[in-house]
Design a protein. Sequence first.
Lengths: 252, 252
Amino acid sequence: MSQPMSREAFEAKLRAIGDARYHDKHPFHGMLHGGDCTQDQVRAWVLNRYCYQAAIPRKDAALMSRCEEIEMRRAWRSRIEDHDGSAGEEGGIARWLRLAEAVGFDRRYVASMTGALPACKFAVEAYVRFVRDATLLEAVASSLTELFAPKIHRDRIAGLLRHYEFADENSLAYFRTRLDQAPKDVAFGLAYVLEHADTAEKQEAAAAALIFKTDVLWAQLDAIYGAYVSPGVPPPGAWAPGEGLKDVDRHG
Amino acid sequence: MSQPMSREAFEAKLRAIGDARYHDKHPFHGMLHGGDCTQDQVRAWVLNRYCYQAAIPRKDAALMSRCEEIEMRRAWRSRIEDHDGSAGEEGGIARWLRLAEAVGFDRRYVASMTGALPACKFAVEAYVRFVRDATLLEAVASSLTELFAPKIHRDRIAGLLRHYEFADENSLAYFRTRLDQAPKDVAFGLAYVLEHADTAEKQEAAAAALIFKTDVLWAQLDAIYGAYVSPGVPPPGAWAPGEGLKDVDRHG
């Protein structure tokens, strides 16, 4: 049996996975943040990314359903609250729907996921099932893409504000809020993984889980790129530009 | 295809399941509430029932992980909060451990579940898995034993206070609190089941889920009765009277 890496070396390995594989490297994000997306390409991204947002509380509940430690369940609970919101307090899913409206969609159309790309839905459900079925350590490790999220959120806020008319503090509230929430979440998750991955085998499994999660994110952008950039052929039944818009945008 | 029952007839059918099968009919509960349990039999019950209490938040998280409706997840969330507690606020699991201490246990021994009966652990895990794998309707229907819980909690508070020295408002806080919490939970669950069991087949499945849950509860009392009443032979490794007590009770 090989020895486990030191905590520092293992953390560096996890961070290197982000450097190599996080979806901020995907060409679609380059286009999006650089102002090179058409209005419909932005819409395609907002529409499809909704599937991911909507699934996050189910994923976090699946993790909690595996977790035998009261203190850990309590700590994890805030993620669900952050996304689902509370009585009189909007959550991340509702904030994403504000973004959807800002780019012209009828929010009910987006929430229905009718026009979302099957490949995006498959990727998201693969994530929920992974968290439900893998070890608790792997489930937590798969959340560690949050290590890399603050940078993409900052780039996104800056890029969208600079390049797109729909972008303002209201429509981008989702990203602004995540900048506050993600660091607390990731501090807990990273500490858990560093503590519990105490053999070489577990470190390997945790790293593989994080790689899996980068695949989940990347696969969604591949699907969006294929359907709406190049070759630009949406699969049968997927959203076609013009569909699902608010009346004012449809006729305006 | 047969026609579904009316809502009223279906609700009556669900309530009849409780009348016939809820564990308030089990001879162990007769002994417990009637003051006929020895101190060690009460301890066996408290120790083993802890497994069920500890699993409830995992069960509820499993249900939430199946649930695509934000509003429903939000409504269900309070069950986890009720059991796990919040920062500075004790939950149901902690209250159960107060009861465990009141009957003489070291709370760490109870929380470790080391001495719990395998049959109780199996029953509880069968419940968590059922909620994880059955339909959402069946998962919700399996929670409807709460329809029958207020009566057993009232009987229990009265019976324990009358017959046992350990019983006071502190040790019985779990049951007192559940009297407030259960009605809100069951109102939501019952309304959900009555609305969503809209075919004869779904009504049948929901009723079967509730029957399954009554089996889960009954099986725990059977195991406790067998190990600690008659024949009174705990399985290998299970708690033996005298084990796991607080120092003061061990030597006092």
